[in-house]
Design a protein around this ligand. Structure first.
Ligand SMILES: [Fe+2]
Length: 275
């Protein structure tokens, strides 16, 4: 069995026995896939809150796997030892709480799955002007190395941090440039797909392919390097024998539960069985 769900942002409550009784029938060889913004590798070091929830997940009957989103601590995640598991590279947060690295292919319960985490944040515009953000989506990030850091931070603190006009995050403690995939990670993904004959059963990502995002949100979210890369992957997979070479592509990030096309599905709180 494989179940999928969207962003949990450090709160895995939806996987409680009460909310998700299907787990009674699940074993360690069954999986719950979290489509990014896992959020339980976030603070500088694993704190009590994270430890409690990670241990709670580890004690579940099933195995939890996740792709990374844009709300993860990449300094911590990328410092973890890389292991090979079920055919691809992973970081094991716990023996049964596992980060699927970008561009890797895994066999989960006999289903071949391509994983590709990462997405550009939408909540980082800070004090940057619209024109600056056109050039660089991360222009509003607060950088502690910037000479004006303190002044900018105090100005932003006077505004509502969670407002739609001036959301901000600080580089190195709340935001990391690694939220976007590197060229190496993108290349790794294409190479691994080719090794598998460009045929997989499922794709799990945080950002969506640009065509699905355009369909779903009517152009509100412009294509970006991550969604454009995923669109290339989509074309590559769909080109095979002129039919989709995957059963479903599931992604998170947009905080909505929506089927966008015959195969592309955005998930948020919903937990859905896919295999
Ligand atoms: Fe999110």
């Amino acid at each position: 069995m494989i179940f999928a769900t969207g962003d949990i942002h450090s709160k895995p409550n939806r996987l409680s026995m009460e909310a998700f009784p299907e787990q009674k029938e699940m074993t360690r060889d069954d999986y719950v896939v979290i489509l990014g913004d896992f959020g339980l590798v976030w603070t500088k070091e694993e704190d009590k809150y994270e430890k409690n929830w990670l241990d709670w997940l580890e004690d579940k009957s099933f195995t939890t796997v996740f792709v990374d989103g844009n709300h993860e601590n990449f300094s911590r995640l990328n410092a973890m030892p890389v292991e090979t598991w079920q055919g691809g590279s992973v970081h094991k947060i716990r023996p049964h709480v596992i980060h699927l690295m970008r561009g890797e292919v895994f066999t989960l319960d006999d289903a071949v799955c391509f994983a590709f985490g990462g997405a550009p944040s939408h909540d980082i515009s800070g004090l940057a002007a619209a024109e600056e953000l056109e050039q660089n989506y991360a222009a509003g990030i607060l950088d502690p190395g910037d000479k004006d850091f303190d002044a900018k931070l105090s100005k932003l603190k006077k505004l509502n941090r969670y407002s739609y006009t001036h959301p901000y995050r600080i580089k190195g403690t709340e935001w990391w440039p690694e939220e976007l995939a590197s060229e190496e990670e993108k290349q790794n993904g294409i190479e691994n797909l080719r090794k598998h004959g460009c045929k997989v059963d499922f794709v799990f990502s945080h950002e969506g392919p640009s065509s699905a995002v355009a369909l779903g949100w009517g152009g509100s979210f412009r294509p970006n390097p991550q969604s454009q890369y995923l669109e290339e992957v989509r074309q590559l997979l769909r080109d095979q024998a002129f039919r989709p070479a995957y059963k479903a592509w599931l992604f998170g990030h947009y905080h909505e539960n929506r089927r966008l096309t015959d195969r592309e599905i955005c998930l948020y709180e919903q937990i859905t069985r896919i295999w």
